[in-house]
Design a protein around this ligand. Sequence first.
Ligand SMILES: Nc1nc2c(ncn2[C@@H]2O[C@H](COP(=O)(O)OP(=O)(O)OP(=O)(O)O)[C@@H](O)[C@H]2O)c(=O)[nH]1
Length: 471
Amino acid sequence: MNPGEYSEDPPPAETGETETCQATERQWQEVIAQISTEVRIKVADIVRQRAPELSTRFYKVMLEDPEATIFLNHAIVENRLGQALLRWLNMLFGTSDPSLVSASIAQQRQVGTSHARIKIPINLVCRGARYLKHWLSEYIAADASLDRDTLKSALIYIHALVDLAFETMNSSFVSNADRDARTDEAYRLFSLSQDLAIERERQRAALVEWNHLIMSSAFRRPGSRMPLIGHSEFGLWLVHKAQFMFDRSPEIRQIQSITERIDLQIVPQLDAHLDAEQISALFTQLDSDVSEIKFLLTTLFDRYLEVENGRDALTKLLNRRFLPSALMREIELAKKTNHKFTVMLIDIDHFKRVNDSYGHDTGDTVLQQIAALIMNSVRSGDFVFRYGGEEILVILVDVDSMTALAVAEKMRTRIGQTNILLSGGRSLNVTISIGLAAYDGHPDYRRIITRADTALYEAKNAGRNRSVFAD
Ligand SMILES: Nc1nc2c(ncn2[C@@H]2O[C@H](COP(=O)(O)OP(=O)(O)OP(=O)(O)O)[C@@H](O)[C@H]2O)c(=O)[nH]1
């Protein structure tokens, strides 16, 4: 979007990036080779003459674009970006010497790095490219001295060059954004690896402390102000740490909106000189808001404490959250080593009846025992996930289809024959249905789950208590 901004060296290329650069350079050279020197010079002349006008036009439109104004203002455009775009245009079209192509590519990579650092959305960058191509085409077409064939090859040339420049920019943008995302994730995991149980208690205490402070401030000296929750230790933790640690958690968003309501609505009213009845009503509201925050905090921390040890609290099976990573890794291994794996999706038959007849607690006991039986039926190298309510997903690693089916059948028979022990000396028998799918070379991990799910559906439809292998 500000293609001339290229002040810093990009980070060193990662594996694969060097090959991409070489391929780009080859294509870039081809584009230059396909056009006559005469047309190339003509285009460079037109661009040089019209570049100031183009730069003004570009940033005028961008400054009116609500998505772009987050990143731009008139001062930045006047002081830096306008000139930077001029330099970028002249370098892109002015380099008639093929030996300068690699420098031009390096320039695009640096621009992409800046875009990633500023976090400019890629759609905005593409919009910028579209405007540039459009106006450049207009300028070329407006030149009456060009005959039809020259015009055609000049237009093809500018489109190809702008596309190559933005392709290079965006490829660097993506690898930088990936790198940033990995660093963010590593930091997030690091934050989460701190003792969450202690953090939970500390934040609950900080919240209570602010609550006491605001209560006591009700009897304050006239003129002093009520403490804002946003300035409290809890408020600072919420904005600076929690939003990052618990990225995208709905509880964090809810807590944030409650704290905003407190600071923007309740505290200013408390600051006004109200009568005792009004103050009491506000404190009742505050009490309920603080209780809600405490509840949300507990829910949030409990969920993450569960995730932290990677196990589902009821069944002690692996948390479903880790399923994509495990499957993607198995797909990588299968591609490299040719060792196949199979996904088994297991569902307890008529489990609703168990809940309805014996109660939910007994249902939980049954689920726990089935989970333990499944764990004991597979090898320690296999993965067993709690997939959904009463659905369990197993990844059998390094097996052929025949062996996988034999494992499934043995497991199914064993579970069907086991007396599940309930409280009061009672016992119960349940059966399971299994859908299996062997890795078929498809790179998307979701596909193998869908195939296993379809096979499970068939097993259920065919009468339950059976295993069905997907085609
Ligand atoms: N006790 C208990 N029940 C659960 C849990 N998770 C899901 N369930 C119950 O599992 C039952 C699943 O019911 P359905 O999807 O209708 O399936 P089903 O009764 O097992 O029937 P089929 O799968 O068609 O054989 C529902 O009653 C859920 O409430 C859990 O953690 N504990």
